[in-house]
Every structure is written in structure tokens, then in C-alpha cells.
Design a protein around this ligand. Structure first.
Ligand code: HEC
Ligand SMILES: [Cu+2]
Length: 487
């Protein structure tokens, strides 16, 4: 560990009360051990020396001295109890996560930490801490690198917390078991996929505190440090305000479109920070575990499939879902991968499409009509359409799950300026056909209104004549409104 300069042979200087207790316990136990050591070896060496054979010493012969046996049982019991008592008190205090001021979730990823501020001041902030030690130091002159105090212990975006406040930390992981460890807080908690564990700390002193992942988690286990900035209440408030402002600025309106160059530049940053550990800066991957993206069928094939693997990952492989990235970041990194190294697909994807795909089950990778999307001019996932909205029997009110389809359509249109959609209502032939057709028309209008509400211009929507399908009373397909690309 660095920060070693101040604590070369001892624990790091404690900055929480718990850490202070742990520190004191450690010292006290060491003293107990030392006293016992001296007592036992003192008697032993004295006996060996004073009763040596050359002086003609003769060993006393005795058995079963009850007094001695009771003493050497009772005394260690009291020593152990005397050590266990304060230690148990501290362990119980460590586990008492009640009444926190701020609750933060720490998620371990291969290989970085993500933080979500769940409750308290700063609620809603999320950030990801990536190692920021330059590659040149890691691969280069080790001697020079070691002289850096924060070598391999520095991140691009640290965790920030206010001084003197109780911070409850929930830990979990996205892929394998990691552990969140900051020695100065005496906090070490496993982060296990599928489970939530919790711990807490209240830092008494402002400063920068560092730690590591403490559970062997794969290739870059040693490259996912933790950096915590403990700041004054005022500084913390202004940090929160800054974050909120930045988040508001980034919360793009869905119609914001970027140029290819903009996306590529941004995408390069996202790639370097998140993807290059496995796929490498060269895009050549690392055989056999990590496939190349340069020339990859997916990175040069249908764009929806490409987006799909980034959004959803691939189960059972090291390729995890990257949903924690923003819409813009995913759009950028996908565009970057398609147009970098030897890849020159020439298409791009806007954040609005990612937003639509995030919600829309419609755009599962399997649903991609590969031949259509092969056409490089198709910049958007044509796969998003047709979208269907299923109404309840006899009703023309918009069902709650229609939102996915509406999003998919909005995303499709946002990505394809000039494109339009056709809306067709369907009905079954049973009963009064006229009435049924009227209902189908009403439903189509409901969908149109929902689209308008989602920001779709009226002139990009064509209303088609309702159509009847054969089938009986409760044929689901007969209760649908379908949205297709126009033409
Ligand atoms: C922890 C290692 C790891 C990281 C980090 C990672 N990937 Fe992957 N990625 C993989 C693996 C492994 C596969 C192969 C999955 C399979 O077996 O199909 C893969 C596959 C892919 C593919 C499909 C390539 C092909 O031809 O099969 C794309 C595209 C991709 N990743 C994009 C990304 C992007 C974008 C990022 C960053 C946001 C990223 N990956 C980060 C490990 C990683
Ligand atoms: Cu780890």
C-alpha cells in the first residue's frame, strides 16, 4: 500500500472513531501478546540457565498439581475474555448502519467502482471511478512510478463525502466478487453480485483517503483503486450543486443530434475509460479471451446488434451490460467502434436511439432483420419497427406498456430525419364490423396522440384505414395498433 510513508510499519492513521478503536485494539492486543511472550520466555530461559546440568541440578518429579492446573486454565480464560469484550463491542459498532446521513451504493465492476448516491444530500448523483494512473507509469519506469504517492491509487472521478456525517455504504457487484477497502476508515466489505452488504463510516478529518479492491477479481484486480475525498459541508454542497448542474446540462433533449466527428471524439474517451482494458487501445483484443473489434462482424454489422451487445452484454462472458453509461456515451462509443481502426462503416447512432432501445424490448438483438440493416445508409435500427400496441378488449385507452413502443417509434424517427410512420388499427370480424372498425380507428388515434405527446411531429404520422383480421372474439392480434415505417 502507498500512503505507506506515514505508516510504514503500522496501520494507517485512523480518521474514523471505529478506525481509532481498531487501531487501539490492535495496539492493546500487541501489548498483551508481548507481556505473555516476555513472561513465558523469561521463566523458560531463567529455568534453563539457573537449573543447568553443569551445576548439578536434579529435576523435581511431581504430577497433578491441581492448583497449577486451575491457574493455567483460569488465567488464559480471563485474558481471552478481556480481549474479546472490547473487540466485540467494536465489531457490533461497525455493523450498526442505522440512521445514516447519506446512503451510497458502491458497485464493483471488472475493473472499477461505480457509486450511486441513493439517499441524503446528493441523492441521484452517480459516478464511476476509473484508475487514472497513466499507462506510461504502469508499463514504464517502475522506480519513478513508485515515487508517486498515489501510484495505482488514484482515480479520475473520486467518491466525495462530507466530513462528520454518517455515510452508509451498500456494496454489491456486477460480475464477480470484489471488496471495498479503505484502511483509514477501517472499512472492508465484500461486494457480491446479486447481494447487498452494508457498512458505514464517519470521517472526522477532511482529506483524501485511498484504498483498493480487496478480493481477487481477475486480471486488473490491482487496478481498481478507491479514492475518497472527505470535504467540508460547504464544499460538499457546492460539489453536489455542480454535479446536478452538469447532469442537467447533459440530460440531452431527445432531438439533439451530434455529428460523426463529435461522436467519435467522445466515443474515444468512453472507449479508453471503459473498453480498452479488454478490447485494447488497438482494437485488436487479447486472444483468446477478448475478441478484436477491429474487423469484428458485430462492430461492422447491423448497428442494432452492435448497440444490443453493449447495452445488454453477453451472458456468461466477460462482456457485461454497459447500461450504467449514459445514452450519449453509448451512442458515442458505438459510433467510434464502427468508424475507427480498420472499421469504416460510415454510419452513426444518436443518443435518442439508445434511449429508445434502453426501454424498448422491441429492439432485442434477435429481432434485427440483418439484410435490411446491412445497408450502410440505414443509420437507425430499423429493427425498432414495426411496433405494436395491444389494447384491452373493447377499450381504446392506452395500455401502460405502450410506452415502450412509443419510445421505439420516437427513437426511430429521431434517428431518421425525413422518415414517416404509418399507423394502422386492427379489429376482428366478429360482431358488428362497423363498430369494430370504429374502435380500431379510435385506438389508432390514441396511439397517434401518445406519439405527439412524445414529441413526434404530426406531419410525420400517416393514419391508415383500419383493417379487419379473421379470428375470434379475443384474438390479441385483432386488438393491436401497428406502427410501420411509411412507404
Ligand atoms: C471485461 C472485459 C470487457 C470489457 C471491459 C468490454 N468488453 Fe466487449 N467483449 C468482451 C468479451 C469477452 C466479448 C466476447 C463475448 C462473446 O463471447 O461473444 C466482447 C464482445 C464485444 C463486442 C462484440 C464483438 C464481436 O465481434 O463478437 C462488442 C461490440 C463489444 N464487446 C463492445 C464493447 C464496448 C463498447 C465496451 C466498453 C463500453 C466493451 N466491449 C468492454 C469483453 C469486454
Ligand atoms: Cu475487484
Amino acid at each position: 500500500m502507498a500512503q505507506a510513508s506515514e505508516a510504514r510499519y503500522n496501520l494507517q492513521t485512523p480518521v474514523t472513531q471505529i478506525a481509532q478503536q481498531v487501531y487501539d485494539l490492535h495496539t492493546a492486543m500487541l501489548v498483551v501478546c508481548l507481556v505473555i511472550f516476555l513472561a513465558v520466555f523469561g521463566v523458560m530461559f531463567y529455568s534453563v540457565y539457573a537449573h543447568r546440568k553443569s551445576k548439578g541440578a536434579v529435576a523435581a518429579q511431581w504430577h497433578e498439581n491441581t492448583t497449577v492446573e486451575i491457574l493455567w486454565t483460569i488465567i488464559p480464560v480471563f485474558i481471552l475474555l478481556g480481549m474479546a469484550w472490547p473487540a466485540t463491542k467494536t465489531v457490533l459498532a461497525m455493523k450498526d448502519t442505522s440512521n445514516p446521513d447519506i446512503t451510497i451504493k458502491a458497485t464493483g465492476y471488472q475493473w472499477k467502482w461505480g457509486y450511486d448516491y441513493l439517499k441524503g444530500e446528493g441523492e441521484g448523483i452517480r459516478l464511476v471511478s476509473n484508475l487514472s494512473t497513466p499507462q506510461s507509469q504502469i508499463g514504464g519506469d517502475q522506480q519513478a512510478a513508485r515515487s508517486q504517492t498515489a501510484y495505482l491509487l488514484e482515480v479520475d472521478d473520486p467518491l466525495v463525502v462530507p466530513v462528520g456525517k454518517k455515510i452508509r455504504l451498500l456494496t454489491t457487484a456486477n460480475d464477480v466478487i470484489h471488496a471495498w477497502w479503505v484502511p483509514a476508515f477501517a472499512v472492508k466489505q465484500d461486494a457480491i453480485p446479486g447481494f447487498i452488504r452494508d457498512t458505514w463510516f464517519r470521517a472526522d478529518k477532511e482529506g483524501i483517503y485511498r484504498g483498493n479492491c480487496a478480493e481477487l477479481c481477475g486480471k486488473d484486480h490491482g487496478f481498481m483503486p478507491i479514492e475518497v475525498h472527505v470535504v467540508s459541508a460547504d464544499k460538499y454542497s457546492s460539489w453536489v450543486a455542480g454535479r446536478k448542474k452538469a447532469a442537467a446540462a447533459v440530460a440531452e433533449d431527445p432531438s439533439k443530434t451530434y455529428s460523426l466527428a463529435e461522436l467519435k471524439t467522445k466515443g474515444q474517451q468512453v472507449y479508453d475509460a471503459n473498453c480498452s482494458a479488454c478490447h485494447q487501445a488497438t482494437g485488436k483484443g487479447l486472444a483468446p479471451a477478448f475478441p478484436p473489434l477491429d474487423g469484428s462482424k458485430i462492430a461492422t454489422g447491423p448497428i442494432a446488434e452492435h448497440i444490443g451487445i453493449v447495452l445488454n452484454g453477453k451472458a456468461g462472458t466477460a462482456m457485461s451490460a454497459w447500461r450504467q453509461l449514459s445514452d450519449t456515451e453509448i451512442a458515442a462509443v458505438v459510433t467510434f467502434e464502427r468508424n475507427n481502426w480498420g472499421n469504416a462503416v460510415g454510419d452513426l447512432v444518436q443518443p435518442s436511439v439508445i434511449r429508445a432501445m434502453r426501454g424498448g424490448a422491441q429492439v432485442a438483438t434477435a429481432a434485427v432483420p440483418a439484410p435490411a440493416a446491412k445497408d450502410a445508409s440505414v443509420a437507425a435500427p430499423a429493427a425498432a419497427l414495426p411496433a405494436k400496441v395491444y389494447f384491452q378488449v373493447g377499450k381504446s385507452t392506452l395500455p401502460a406498456d405502450a410506452i415502450d413502443s412509443v419510445k421505439a417509434v420516437a427513437g426511430y424517427l429521431a434517428a431518421k430525419p425525413g422518415a414517416k410512420v404509418d399507423i394502422t388499427g386492427y379489429t376482428d370480424k366478429s360482431g358488428s364490423l362497423d363498430k369494430n372498425l370504429e374502435l380500431a380507428k379510435e385506438r389508432a388515434k390514441t396511439v397517434r396522440d401518445a406519439l405527439k405527446e412524445a414529441g413526434v411531429a404530426a406531419d410525420r404520422i400517416n393514419m391508415k384505414k383500419p383493417e379487419a383480421v379473421t379470428g375470434d372474439g379475443d384474438n390479441k392480434e385483432a386488438r393491436r395498433v401497428e406502427i410501420n415505417p411509411a412507404g
